[in-house]
Every structure is written in structure tokens, then in C-alpha cells.
Design a protein around this ligand. Structure first.
Ligand SMILES: [Zn+2]
Length: 58
């Protein structure tokens, strides 16, 4: 059995970043710092700070 974040991907987050013309080299490490290593963790952990920080950064 595999466990942990290695079963997961951040494919959806990456597609979101690209569709919004954001810099994945910046956003993905930032998401990881917030505990968002994959799509489900990103949605669970960083949805609110995502919106706040992205609007601050743009
Ligand atoms: Zn996951």
C-alpha cells in the first residue's frame, strides 16, 4: 500500500495556474508551504489563503 502525498498529484492545480497565466515555479512551492502538496490537500488546506494571496500578488 502506498500512502501519503505520493499517491496524489497537483495536476488540477497546475492546470488552474496555467489557465490563469500564473507562475507555477512560484505558486507550487508556495502551495506546498501551505500544506498543499496535491489537489485534495490544496482544496482542503489552502483554498482561503489561495484566494487572499493570489489577489494580493496580482
Ligand atoms: Zn491528495
Amino acid at each position: 500500500m502506498k500512502s501519503g502525498r505520493f499517491n496524489h498529484s497537483n495536476k488540477l492545480a497546475t492546470e488552474f495556474i496555467q489557465s490563469h497565466e500564473l507562475d507555477s515555479d512560484v505558486i507550487l512551492p508556495w502551495l506546498a508551504e501551505q500544506g498543499g502538496y496535491c489537489d485534495c490537500e490544496i482544496l482542503a488546506n489552502v483554498e482561503e489563503s489561495w484566494e487572499d494571496d493570489i489577489s494580493d500578488a496580482t
